[in-house]
Ligand binder design. Structure first.
Ligand code: F6P
Length: 500
């Protein structure tokens, strides 16, 4: 049945985007959804009633409702690892025991935030957050996007194992006034532990008498943090069933709560919770994450689009494309189904992007005239994040909307170098403003959209075995040098690392 639906979708030839608007005066209203301070405009995609009908059937065929219920009820939906995916419980939507557990751990985090505020760890000014992947990207995005009006602490996030990153991060920091937050779900990640060890050395060299007392651990494996030397009172555990790339809602979000205060963190959870409710309850065609996933699948699967571009037309969201890369590519970049069978279709496309208007002067040429068809997503806010002349924000938004219009309409010219074929799809997400609540809802929207993409492809989005081989080989090179490697790799090891 599923194959038949995909075949129908592939055979279907929708009208051009311009014609879709011409033949349906209500298209904007019909293809725009508003929720939680966010407006999702999917009208400039090729989804028409026929395509939507096929996707609705596909959703039934792939049991989206059953899997959604499984997600929200704490069933072991991450089948390859035999556990639940309980990030929604952090926002109050999940199995009752998981929600209670999440609240208790969040209370513990809140307690530590308040204790630090009242001087429990001394006169603290800086937070050095050390983590990588899901243990860094979310905090980095949120500290950056919400901290524009001044944060309560100066937060720096270090992820890369390149010592240059740590050097840069600790520049101008007073080790006596710094908390080091070691963020690692597993507390085994090489890069994070090496950076943490070097941060410890930096503190010792800086004359800190008891550096361990300034370390906090954010982890699902508190025993490992204790073994590493961090006192239990400064460990903020989280539920093992929260995946790394979904973990900013729990203690991995500690620097966000610290930098912006608990009320901000709570608003973010609330915004995400509102999106959870919407995703859980809204019917398919009124469901923003589901409809956005239909558009994703339409292009990736039936038009073989290999990439999807995301442009934040708001400086406060400049790190969103980086965040989405992990969320979408680590979740759905897989060639096997949850049952272990070959996927037999394209996996998720490459997510890439940047910031508008900068990107217009760098990569948009290809979007308008290149030979690749690339669905584009624009994200903007009605309200500006600054007090400069309103001309700035107007110019920003005007440019954002102009790009979507230009991609769609094109412009025909006999001179091929100046011809724009048009009919190129885009989606636009317009936020009322970038607030803790809207950003929480936005991130939850992307999580659920990624989930629907996975369900309709039959993928388990919650594992990431693809990252393991490289880790094993790096370990082997560290331990054994070039022995046993192909000539190219062996020569590189010898040239750069010598005898080792
Ligand atoms: O290598 C991939 C990965 O496991 C990600 O999924 C994760 O977010 C990141 O590494 C960091 O892992 P940890 O939080 O366990 O240090």
């Amino acid at each position: 049945m599923t194959d038949k639906i995909w075949t129908e979708l592939e055979k279907h030839q929708p009208q051009s985007l311009v014609d879709l608007f011409a033949s349906d005066k209500e298209r904007v209203a019909n293809m725009t959804l508003e929720h939680s301070g966010l407006r999702f405009d999917l009208s400039k995609t090729h989804l028409d009633s026929i395509a939507l009908g096929h996707f609705e059937t596909l959703a039934i065929d792939m049991e989206l409702d059953r899997l959604k219920t499984a997600l929200f009820s704490g069933a072991a939906i991450n089948v390859t690892e035999g556990r639940a995916a309980e990030h929604t419980a952090e926002r109050g939507y999940g199995a009752a025991d998981a929600v209670m557990h999440a609240r208790a751990l969040q209370d513990r985090m809140r307690g530590l935030v308040e204790a630090i505020d009242s001087g429990f760890m001394g006169d603290i000014r800086h937070i050095l957050h050390i983590g990588i992947g899901g243990s860094a990207l979310g905090p980095k995005l949120l500290v950056d996007s919400l901290g524009r009006d001044g944060a309560r602490y100066d937060v720096r996030v270090v992820s890369n194992v390149d010592g240059a990153a740590l050097t840069e991060a600790v520049k101008d920091m007073d080790p006596h006034k710094t908390i080091v937050a070691v963020a690692s779900k597993t507390f085994t990640t090489t890069e994070t532990l090496l950076n943490a060890t070097s941060a410890m050395e930096w503190m010792i060299e800086g004359g800190v008498q008891d550096p361990y007392a300034q370390f906090v651990a954010l982890t699902a494996y508190p025993d490992k943090a204790i073994e590493w030397g961090i006192d239990e009172s400064r460990i903020l555990p989280f539920n093992e069933a929260v995946g790394g790339r979904y973990s900013l809602w729990c203690s991995i979000g500690f620097p966000v709560a610290l930098a912006h205060g608990w009320a901000v963190f709570a608003d973010m959870l609330e915004g995400a919770g509102a999106m959870d409710r919407h995703f859980r309850d809204a019917p398919v065609l009124e469901n923003a994450p589901t409809m956005a996933a239909f558009a994703d699948l339409y292009y990736a699967q039936t038009k073989s689009c290999q990439t999807r571009a995301v442009f934040a037309y708001d400086e406060r969201l400049r790190l969103l494309p980086d965040y989405l890369q992990q969320l979408e590519m680590e979740s759905n970049g897989k060639s096997v189904t949850a049952d272990g069978a070959p996927l037999g279709r394209h996996s998720a496309p490459v997510t890439w992007g940047g910031v508008g208007t900068d990107a217009q002067h760098a990569v948009f040429q290809l979007l308008h005239q290149g030979t690749h068809l690339i669905p584009v997503e624009f994200i903007a806010s009605k309200s500006p994040g600054h007090d400069f002349d309103t001309a700035h924000h107007e110019t920003l938004l005007v440019n954002c909307f102009a790009q979507g219009a230009a991609l769609m309409a094109g412009q025909h010219s006999g001179d091929l170098a100046r011809n724009y074929v048009g009919n190129r799809p885009s989606t636009t997400i317009l936020l009322d403003d970038v607030t803790p609540s809207t950003i929480g809802a936005l991130i939850a929207f992307y999580e659920h959209r990624t989930f629907v993409n996975a369900v309709l492809l039959g993928i388990n989005p919650f594992d990431q075995f693809g990252v393991e081989l490289g880790k094993q080989i790096a370990k082997s090179i560290s331990e054994n040098g070039p022995i046993g490697f192909d000539p190219s790799t062996a020569a590189l090891i010898e040239a750069a690392l010598g005898d080792h």
